[in-house]
Ligand binder design. Structure first.
Ligand code: KIV
Length: 278
């Protein structure tokens, strides 16, 4: 049975940590499916898949293309698909319509949207349409221009109070879980204790109910910038460079393809062809 909102709730109740990673394509999601509890098709695809400097240009069509590829691969992990910038801010109606598209067209199990108190009417309406919502507070990348950069949030007393308020508000509005991004460890631990829904941290220390990382970051596949909170579990980028260079060398020296990677034909047929030519 695929993980779902009840699995996440039970895990929090049992004090079990929840693991999530991002994925954006079928092959990667298939490898990841049995390794973690949930997979997020994040709008971080704008950075790591499409090479944008931020997530603002990501469209609903992008989320549906990448989201449906991941959904087709997953039999175990819960698939959460991000609502991209300006797909839910305009009105409650717009938010419900677009959340519905992600469920119908990307076959998401839940959607994620950024924002706290100010997004609660959207969270409530989407939840009322039986679409599970994962909220996202703290350093919300779609607000990079309003924040004046990618900065740790909640360090001042006002900032910390606002984050607690946001967390309580999204829970009350019906979110089944909340991502907290780039915030001090003790604050996230405090919020986690106050909430009944699971908190999923990224750059939020080890006191949250779960963790999420962008998979290219944790595998060393993305080097444009490496945030402080990223732990690299592998350096696959370096391994890929070695493999690409070895391939280039073998193509140039003629050792690839060898007999094992080629198709044979009866010698007589080739002889016949050559004879016909003469
Ligand atoms: O877009 C994304 O990948 C995210 C996670 C980093 C939480 O929102």
């Amino acid at each position: 049975m695929k993980n779902n909102v009840s699995t996440f709730a039970k895990m929090k109740a049992n004090g079990e940590k929840i693991s999530m990673l991002t994925a954006y394509d079928y092959s990667t999601a298939k490898i990841m499916d049995n390794c973690v509890n949930g997979i997020l098709v994040g709008d971080s695809l704008g950075n790591v898949m499409l090479g944008y400097e931020d997530t603002l240009s990501v469209t609903m069509e992008d989320m549906i293309t990448f989201g449906s590829a991941v959904s087709r691969a997953c039999k175990n992990a819960m698939v959460v698909v991000d609502m991209p910038f300006m797909s839910y801010e305009v009105s409650v109606e717009q938010a419900v319509m677009n959340a519905g598209r992600l469920m119908k067209e990307a076959r998401a199990n839940a959607v994620k949207l950024e924002g706290g108190v100010e997004m609660c009417d959207r969270i409530k309406a989407i939840t009322n349409a039986d679409i599970p919502v994962m909220a996202h507070i703290g350093m919300t990348p779609q607000s990079v221009n309003a924040f004046g950069g990618f900065k740790v949030q909640g360090k001042s007393i006002d900032g910390a109070r606002k984050m607690v308020e946001d967390a309580l508000a999204v829970e009350k509005a019906g979110a089944f879980a909340v991502v907290i991004e780039c915030a001090p460890t003790e604050l996230c631990e405090y919020i986690t204790e106050k909430l009944t829904i699971p908190t999923i941290g990224i750059g939020a220390g080890n006191g949250t109910d779960g963790q999420i990382l962008v998979y290219q970051d944790m595998l060393g596949l993305f080097s444009d910038y490496v945030p402080k909170f990223v732990k690299r579990y592998e350096l696959l980028g370096d391994k890929m460079v070695d493999a690409f260079k070895q391939y280039d060398k073998e193509v140039k020296n003629g050792s690839f393809p060898d007999k094992d990677h080629s198709f044979a034909i009866d010698k007589e047929i080739i002889d016949e062809l050559r004879k016909e030519e003469k």
